[in-house]
Ligand binder design. Sequence first.
Ligand code: PGA
Length: 252
Amino acid sequence: MRKKIVAGNWKMNKTLQEGLKFSNDLKEALKGKTVNCEVVVGTPFIHLSEVAKNFEGTVVHVAAQNIANKEKGAYTGEVSAAMVASTGANHVILGHSERRAYYHETAELLTEKVELALANDLTPIFCVGEVLEEREAGKHFDVVAAQIKDALFELSKEDFSKLIVAYEPVWAIGTGKTATADQAQEIHAFIRKTIADKYGEEVADNTSILYGGSCNAGNAKELFSNPDVDGGLIGGASLEADSFLPIIEAFN
Ligand code: PGA
């Protein structure tokens, strides 16, 4: 059975000290609580090692927000999958719309990153989602299917089954505008069907598909109650333990 997951994405926020304070706060807040989902915190590279150490022995996993598309070598400023894995982090967010839009990440590049992540035992949280004009033109299904097919459908069944998918409509990210529960369910079911058509029902049934885009304490429960919404990828509301905890508890 697929996992329920609540994953945070700090993006480019928090100094090292602020990141450590968050991890202490969340650890404290989770003490003695029943947690019914997997929890992941996605930090900038510089936090990974210390935050991962701080969460050791807890239910919280740590994710990077990117990796290089090269294994190693003369790529100044880049951070490899092996380096991320060596910090104790075990997930990586890939294909986020901000990386696609601002850093021109293509399907081809993302395939390389996904393969390197998997080769280093990092679980990719692979993001897809349409922009507003695409939704308004009714093209969101085609856009999302193409993002999945172009970057991921060369993977073997075994490799694909290690992925987490996150549907994040770009018009909902950081805007306070959330997809309705029905909109989320409709496209999550479509994503699962797209996966089933290629890799079979079993792989599709076992793939966790997260919703992202202005998900918060107020709407998480309704979004997560949909049969094909297996949790969330949370930006703004993941920055403080106080706003992140109620999203984790939406599964209680
Ligand atoms: P948001 O970001 O929750 O701030 O909308 C989500 C994301 O980009 O992952």
